[in-house]
Ligand binder design. Structure first.
Ligand code: AKG
Length: 349
């Protein structure tokens, strides 16, 4: 069908965002120019934040980080990528003569940067972030994971997924706090969310996608929403996007001009009351008793403090898929063009 010949264009699907109102705060950000529902500043009414989060599964805290804090995160990102905070697996320390831009262009994402950097670790305790977390999770909050996206131009995004598929909590309390280190736009690969998709409380089936727009992580399938019902969460640097562990979200490739980045630091938090069944079980250990203790308490009390804490995770470099996915998912994870290329080569006489 050619829509150009129709008198009325096809109707856009109705927005899934439910505006729950309330005092959204005093705006200091300049972008996006029109504040959509769900964008709050640190002086917003906590009840309004909570209502929007519970209904839609995400919200934006504008100006959570000051410009000086963002500059410090940028400097630290460069030092980590150069290997100045410890050599990263499979990434030798950069030569002192190599320009920063050349070093940064190698990276999509580094997992657990807080394990090698005091600056990244301090960001986990950012006061406006922790205040917002206690509003949506409860008084007792712990952090178990950090991811530092560099996402230089040309790097892929992540296909639809739910974070509780990877970091399971017992009480569905997982929250990602996605700190924009650069302004995030549809051009440079901002986060996209499916508003309200957390409410079903279902972890959808995951499959390998083979799609070059995305990295080596699988995609969720079979959910009752369409891509055109999702919304981009465009934010100014310093904003923090909070999203529920059951919320379907994805990001697209960075298509901004070469030499630019879409840096973001994503920290994951949950309630202290929940055990954290995450990581490898020891022999004879039962999953029901398992509680991963490499966590940082950021607010309130930890009822399991008597178990003590561990220090197990180490920084690692997330594969972008551009060199294949063998290191992450095994040899079977091939992109469609790799499969087609192999088929063409074997068909040659
Ligand atoms: O920042 C991105 O591109 C994706 C982040 C994401 O999917 C996540 O933090 O779970």
């Amino acid at each position: 069908m050619n829509y150009a010949t129709l008198e009325t264009p096809p109707a856009a699907p109705p927005s899934l965002v439910i505006d729950t109102g309330g005092f959204a705060g005093t705006r200091q950000s300049t972008f996006p120019r029109v504040r959509p529902p769900g964008y709050f500043s640190p002086d917003a009414d906590p009840a309004a934040i909570k209502a929007f989060y519970q209904t839609n599964g995400y919200f934006v805290l504008e100006n959570g980080f000051t410009p000086a804090e963002i500059e410090a995160l940028k400097r630290e990102t460069t030092l980590i990528c150069r290997g100045d905070r410890g050599e990263l697996p499979d990434h030798p320390k950069a030569d002192a003569a190599e320009p920063d831009a050349s070093v940064l262009s190698r990276f999509l994402c580094i997992h657990f940067p807080h394990k090698c950097s005091d600056v990244m670790r301090a960001a986990i305790h950012n006061v406006p972030t922790v205040r917002a977390l206690t509003t949506i999770i409860g008084p007792n909050v712990k952090c178990m994971q950090s991811m530092l996206f560099i996402k230089s131009s040309g790097k892929p995004g992540q296909a639809w997924h739910q974070d509780e598929d990877y970091i399971a909590t017992r009480d569905r309390s997982l929250v990602g706090a996605w700190i924009a280190v650069d302004r995030a736009t549809t051009e440079n690969g901002c986060l996209w969310v499916m508003p309200g998709s957390h409410r079903a409380g279902i972890l959808w089936e995951q499959q390998w996608h083979g799609d070059r727009r995305f990295d080596c992580a699988s995609q969720s399938v079979g959910f009752p929403y369409t891509d055109d019902q999702s919304i981009p969460v465009e934010v100014e640097a310093g904003s923090v996007v909070f999203f529920n562990g059951y919320l379907l979200h994805r990001s697209m490739p960075n298509q901004a001009p070469a030499g630019t980045y879409r840096r973001s630091l994503v920290n994951h938090y949950m309630s202290c009351e929940s055990h954290l069944p995450w990581g490898k079980l020891a022999e004879n250990e039962h999953i029901a008793h398992f509680d991963f203790r490499d966590v940082i308490i950021v607010a309130g009390q930890d009822p399991y403090a008597w178990k003590g804490y561990s220090d197990l995770n180490r920084p690692s470099v997330r594969p972008s898929g551009q060199g294949g996915c063998a290191k992450w998912g095994g040899e079977s994870l091939k992109y469609k063009d790799e499969v087609a290329g192999a088929a063409a080569a074997s068909a040659k006489p």
